[in-house]
Write a protein that binds this ligand. Structure first.
Ligand SMILES: [Cu+2]
Length: 145
């Protein structure tokens, strides 16, 4: 059994040494929280052209990588043009291979690897197409300008 003096000593030692630990945890929480907040903001804010949209023979192709989500998450495309969403899987065995675009009634199961073209009718300027996996976990957006 510890004497009273030892208990008091141990407690004061513990509380003194805990202060920097608590401070470090607080700093860590603020830093991680700030990073999550910042990265969350950057996906919502308009992003620069991801360079994944090309036009060939009057047809627009939007390339989107599919594996554990969609990349890029936001694409900028031209309005009033027949469009193809080229979904590229590469060893994709997660639910992002089941892609839906609810506003167009599109539901497509992608092979584990390869390109799958999804035809999209010409969209008006200002339209945003939202794509989401079958489970509603992963999403992407295409803004038409
Ligand atoms: Cu999912």
């Amino acid at each position: 059994m510890a004497s009273l003096r030892q208990v008091v000593f141990n407690q004061s030692l513990t509380s003194n040494s805990m202060k920097p630990t608590v401070l470090a945890i607080l700093i860590g929480v603020v830093a991680i929280g700030g990073t999550i907040w910042y990265s969350g903001r950057s996906t919502v804010a308009p992003v620069a052209d991801a360079g994944n949209v090309s036009v060939t023979d009057g047809k627009q192709v939007i390339e989107i990588g599919v594996k554990g989500g969609y990349s890029p998450k936001v694409s900028t495309a031209k309005a009033n043009m027949p469009t193809v969403l080229r979904m590229t899987t590469n060893g994709t065995f997660d639910c992002s291979s089941g892609v839906t675009i609810p506003s167009l009634g599109i539901r497509q199961t992608l092979p584990p690897s390869g390109n799958t073209d999804i035809e999209v009718p010409a969209q008006k300027a200002g339209t945003t197409l939202d794509g989401v996996c079958v489970m509603g976990m992963y999403n992407f957006a295409v803004n038409f300008k």
